[in-house]
Design a protein around this ligand. Structure first.
Ligand code: RBZ
Ligand code: NIO
Length: 352
């Protein structure tokens, strides 16, 4: 059986008992009940997913998958595809936004070349699982075959399972791929029924004309491929990207090992939505870190029944918002581990 399919079957249901025990521990802390709001919710969610009342997150990682997109031929990005490979080199050297943000919260960054068109040669520390030199232009036919989509899903699943086995307890999803907001918009239209105008944003910062070209490319992609929302693997193959497929697989692999998955912006959330369509059991493991500026993100988060933790006007990707939210997860768990209780501190508790 495919790795991503076995991972799906192995995803445990969240442990509601651990969540209530976590809430009871928080209720005993020196504060009015529930006064730490969503931080309390976050701690209890981690408890449910990890299956323990007092979870710890000793090892956090961001998985950044990179690939190129044939649809860039349609003039849909403000940057050329060379930038994908150049940014992978920047990740490898530790100089990109995600490196800085991950360092700040003590998280590892794992970078994977899933199919970069112009790769920078002999980089150290970049894992290579190339599905090809970028996808085909999906305004003319499918981006990739179903077989390749399944292979990319498996690569992501195996990597996430390996990361969990080496001790990773929280996984952020990040991506790099010039043109991938167009692919994400097309996937959003196909899977949610949103119109191309509603699902298409400015990505790296295209002007009005560029935005119209993106909308046209999405429209053509839908006309040419006729995606069937009941067939999420088919939709992924027709309109996705190698990095998006890899990240969807990674979400399944992580969840199969009780590792919560922190989504970043529009693109990684679309990967999460694809994972959830392939395997609904993954849904509780997906946590929205922030609300991206990119049009379409709100709808994708609605689909995932997720309320983002932050709204910072980010529109970067790379896993940047996920890394920032790792700090909040740490904060929530510190409260659980370090705060005094009414009893230990000798503070009167009215139970409210
Ligand atoms: C220097 C640079 C660094 C980035 N890091 C992430 N992205 C983001 O922008 C791209 C998507 O936007 P579009 O669909 O408009 O091409 C992705 O690579 C995404 O991760 C970047 C883009 C650039 C230019
Ligand atoms: O929300 C995102 O992930 C995003 C938005 C714009 C460009 N790149 C990524």
């Amino acid at each position: 059986m495919r790795a991503y399919r076995s991972a799906c079957e192995a995803i445990p249901a969240p442990d509601s008992r651990a969540a209530s025990q976590c809430q009871a521990l928080l209720d005993a802390k020196t504060k009015p009940r529930g006064s730490l709001g969503r931080l309390e919710e976050l701690a209890c969610r981690m408890a449910a997913l990890r299956g323990e009342a007092r979870p710890a997150m000793p090892s956090k990682a961001v998985l950044v998958m990179a690939a190129d997109h044939g649809v860039v031929q349609e003039g849909v990005s403000a940057y050329p595809p060379e930038v994908t490979g150049q940014m992978v080199a920047n990740f490898a050297r530790g100089g990109a936004a995600i490196n800085v943000l991950a360092r700040q919260v003590g998280a590892w960054v794992t970078v994977v070349d899933m199919g970069v068109r112009f790769p920078v040669k002999s980089l150290t520390g970049v894992k290579v699982h190339r599905m090809g030199p970028g996808t085909d232009n999906f305004t003319k036919g499918p981006a990739m075959s179903r077989e390749t989509a399944e292979e990319a899903l498996d690569v992501g699943t195996r990597l996430a399972v390996d990361m969990a086995m080496t001790g990773v307890t929280l996984l952020g999803l990040g991506e790099m791929g010039i043109g991938n907001t167009t692919a994400s918009s097309a996937l959003t239209c196909a899977l949610t029924g949103l119109s191309p105008e509603e699902a298409t944003g400015r990505g790296t910062g295209v002007d009005e004309e560029g935005w119209r070209r993106k909308v046209q490319a999405v429209k053509r992609a839908l006309e040419v491929n006729r995606p069937n929302p009941e067939d999420p693997l088919g939709v992924l193959a027709q309109l996705g990207g190698f990095e998006i497929a890899g990240l969807a697989g990674a979400a399944l692999g992580a969840a199969s090992r009780r590792v919560p998955v922190v989504l970043d912006g529009f693109i990684s959330s679309v990967a999460g939505m694809v994972a959830a369509r392939l395997c609904p059991q993954v849904k509780p493991y997906l946590l929205a870190s922030h609300l991206s500026v990119e049009a379409g993100h709100t709808r994708v988060l609605q689909e995932l029944e997720q309320r983002p933790l932050l709204d910072l006007g980010l529109r970067l990707g790379e896993g940047s918002g996920a890394a920032v939210a790792f700090g909040l997860v740490d904060t929530a768990l510190c409260i659980l581990h370090e705060m005094a209780t009414f009893t230990s501190a000798g503070v009167i508790d009215t139970g409210r």
